[in-house]
Design a protein around this ligand. Structure first.
Ligand code: 5GP
Ligand code: MG
Length: 504
C-alpha cells in the first residue's frame, strides 16, 4: 500500500485546480511586511498551497513567494531577516487555495510582479475566479501577449495594462468591469495600494485603520490581531479604493472611485433584479467565524442557521426528543459545523456533545481533507482530522451538524464511524441548502458529476448513500430570510439551484 505522502505527491502533481485565497495589505505601517505576514496567517484557512509578500520601498519591489504555509515560508524565528529582505512601510500579500491551474505550479504564486508596463511597474494579488475568459485569453494570445502563469488572475493584469486609457487609475476605472467577476484584488505601485471588488461583490475585501496607516484584508478577523486596529468598512461592489502613502501621511483620506460598468453587465443585473451577488458560502463555511460582514458576525449567523433547521423540522425533532430523552445528542462536525450545532441545541433543548474532537496536531490534520485531489486521500484525511470518542456513542441517537454536504465524503466517513461505534440512529443537519450546481466564482465545487445532490436528486437517495437515517438542509427561503435579517446583502445562490450573477 502506498503511504499517504506518496498519494499526496502523485495526486497533487497532476491536479488541476484557481482561487479562493486570502489577501492582505498595509500602507504607511512600520514593518508593513511583518504586519501583512500576520494577517495572512490568521487567514490561512483561505488557502495554504502557497504564500507571497511583496513590499515596496523607494522605486523598488522586494518579494518572497514560495509554496507552503505562512509559518513555513515566514517562520516567526526568522522575522528579523525577513524584515530586512522585505523593507518598507507598504506591502501586499496573498495565500493561495488552488481550484484551477496547476496547484503547485511555482509561477502561479502571487502576488505577481509586472516589472514593465506603460503605466510603470505594479504588483498584483487576486482572490476569486474569472468567468468566461477563454475568449479574452485567446485574443490576448493572438495579439502576442506572454503569460508567465497558468492562473486566470494574470489575465486581469493584462486587461489593465492593455487599456487605451492614459492613466493607471482611469485604466482601472474603465477596463476592469469588462470582466464581470469574480475578483477582489490588491494592486501595489511605488506610492499606492489599490483595493477593488468586482461589480457584483462576489468576494470580500475590507479596510481598517491602524495608527497613521491602513490595513486591507479579505476578512475582518485579520484586523482583530492588532489592538490598535479599527475596522472601518468593506470596499463596495464595483468600488476602487486608492491608498496613497504620501497623502495618508498628510492625513488625507483614501480616494474612492467607481468602476465604469459596461451596459451589458448592467443589463445582466437589471434582468435579475439584483445588483449584489456576495458568495454566502463565505459566511456559511469559508470565513473565520469571528469575521463579520455588514456589522454581523458569522458565528451568530451560523447559530441562526442551525436554529432555523430545527424550526423548519420542529415536529420531527420534538418527537425525537420525547422518544430518546438524554440518549439524543447534537454533535458538531468541527470546525465549521460548531456554531450551527450550538444554535440547534439551544433552540431545541437537545444536548450538545463534541463526540468528534478535532486533532490539531495529527499528521495532515491541519489541512482541509476537502482539498485533497482524490477520493481515497479525502477519506483518509477526513478520518485523521476528527477523532471519534467511540466510548460515548454506544446506544445514542446522533444528530450531526455540518455546514454543507458537497461530495458526501465527510458525511459518509463520519456516519460509518458512528455506526461502527454503536449509534442507534443517525440524522445529518446542514447549514446550507443542497448544493446542486457548480460554483465557477471561486468556491471549490466545480465538478457537477461529483456533487452528491446533483447525482442523487432526492434527500432519501442522498441519505442512503451516506448511511444516514435522514438528512435535513436549511431551506433556501430560510437562508434568504436570515440573510435579510442579518447581513442585508444580495447573495449568489447559484450553487443552491438559484441565481448566479452571470449565466454561463
Ligand atoms: P464533502 O466531504 O461532502 O465533499 O464536503 C463537505 C465538507 O467539506 C464540509 O465538512 C465542509 O466543511 C467542507 N467544504 C465544503 N465546501 C468546501 C470548499 O469549497 N472548500 C473546502 N476546503 N471545504 C469545503
Ligand atoms: Mg468541514
Amino acid at each position: 500500500m502506498r503511504t499517504i505522502e506518496e498519494i499526496i505527491h502523485d495526486e497533487e502533481l497532476h491536479s488541476f485546480s484557481n482561487d479562493s485565497c486570502a489577501l492582505a495589505g498595509a500602507v504607511n505601517i512600520p514593518y508593513a511586511a511583518t504586519v501583512v505576514r500576520d494577517m495572512l496567517q490568521v487567514q490561512q484557512h483561505r488557502g495554504e498551497k502557497s504564500v507571497g509578500i511583496v513590499s515596496s520601498k523607494g522605486d523598488r519591489f522586494y518579494a518572497i513567494r514560495e509554496m507552503g504555509k505562512v509559518d513555513e515560508v515566514f517562520p516567526i524565528a526568522q522575522m528579523k531577516s525577513i524584515q530586512a529582505e522585505l523593507p518598507g512601510s507598504m506591502a501586499i500579500g496573498h495565500t493561495r487555495y488552488a481550484t484551477r491551474g496547476l496547484a503547485d505550479y511555482v509561477s502561479n504564486i502571487q502576488p505577481f510582479i509586472f516589472n514593465e508596463t506603460k503605466f510603470g511597474h505594479f504588483a498584483f494579488a487576486h482572490n476569486g475566479q474569472l468567468v468566461d475568459i477563454n475568449k479574452i485569453h485567446k485574443t490576448l494570445l493572438q495579439r502576442g501577449a506572454v503569460f508567465q502563469s497558468k492562473s486566470d488572475s494574470e489575465l486581469l493584469a493584462h486587461v489593465i495594462a492593455k487599456s487605451d486609457k492614459k492613466s493607471f487609475h482611469s485604466a482601472l476605472k474603465n477596463d476592469l468591469a469588462k470582466i464581470p467577476c469574480s475578483y477582489s484584488a490588491l494592486v501595489e505601485t511605488d506610492l499606492e495600494i489599490i483595493g477593488f471588488r468586482d461589480p457584483f461583490g462576489v468576494r470580500p475585501l475590507s479596510i481598517a485603520r491602524k495608527g497613521n496607516g491602513y490595513l486591507i484584508a479579505s476578512e475582518t478577523v485579520a484586523f482583530r490581531l492588532f489592538p490598535d486596529a479599527e475596522f472601518i468598512r468593506h470596499i463596495e461592489p464595483g468600488e476602487i479604493v486608492v491608498f496613497n502613502k504620501k497623502k495618508i501621511k498628510a492625513k488625507e483620506k483614501p480616494k474612492s472611485m467607481q468602476m465604469n460598468i459596461p451596459i451589458e453587465i448592467k443589463e445582466l443585473a437589471d434582468a435579475k433584479n439584483q445588483s449584489e451577488f456576495h458568495c454566502i458560502f463565505e459566511q456559511i463555511y469559508f470565513q473565520d467565524p469571528r469575521s463579520e460582514a455588514n456589522g454581523f458576525m458569522h458565528e451568530d449567523f451560523r447559530q441562526r442557521c442551525g436554529r432555523q433547521v430545527y424550526l423548519e423540522n420542529k415536529e420531527f425533532f420534538d418527537e425525537m426528543r420525547v422518544r430518546h430523552g438524554s440518549n439524543l445528542v447534537v454533535v458538531p462536525i468541527l470546525d465549521s459545523g460548531k456554531q450551527g450545532a450550538i444554535g440547534f441545541s439551544r433552540e431545541s433543548g437537545i444536548l450538545y456533545k463534541e463526540y468528534f474532537m478535532r486533532r490539531h496536531n495529527a499528521p495532515h490534520s491541519s489541512g482541509r481533507s476537502y482539498t485533497a485531489h482524490n477520493q481515497r486521500l479525502r477519506i483518509l484525511i477526513a478520518g485523521m482530522k476528527l477523532d471519534l470518542r467511540k466510548e460515548k456513542v454506544l446506544g445514542k441517537t446522533v444528530i450531526t451538524v455540518d455546514d454543507s454536504n458537497v461530495r458526501g465524503t465527510t458525511a459518509r466517513t463520519n456516519n460509518e464511524r458512528l455506526r461502527d461505534a454503536g449509534a442507534r440512529e443517525i440524522y445529518n443537519v446542514y447549514l446550507s441548502p443542497t448544493i446542486e450546481n457548480v460554483c465557477y466564482l471561486g468556491m471549490d465545487h466545480q465538478n457537477l458529476k461529483e456533487l452528491i445532490a446533483y447525482r442523487k436528486k432526492s434527500l432519501e437517495g442522498i441519505a442512503k448513500e451516506i448511511f444516514a437515517d435522514r438528512i435535513f438542509h436549511i431551506s433556501l427561503a430560510g437562508l434568504n430570510s436570515i440573510v435579510n435579517d442579518t447581513y442585508k446583502m444580495g447573495i449568489c445562490t447559484g450553487c443552491f439551484g438559484g441565481k448566479y450573477p452571470v449565466d454561463l
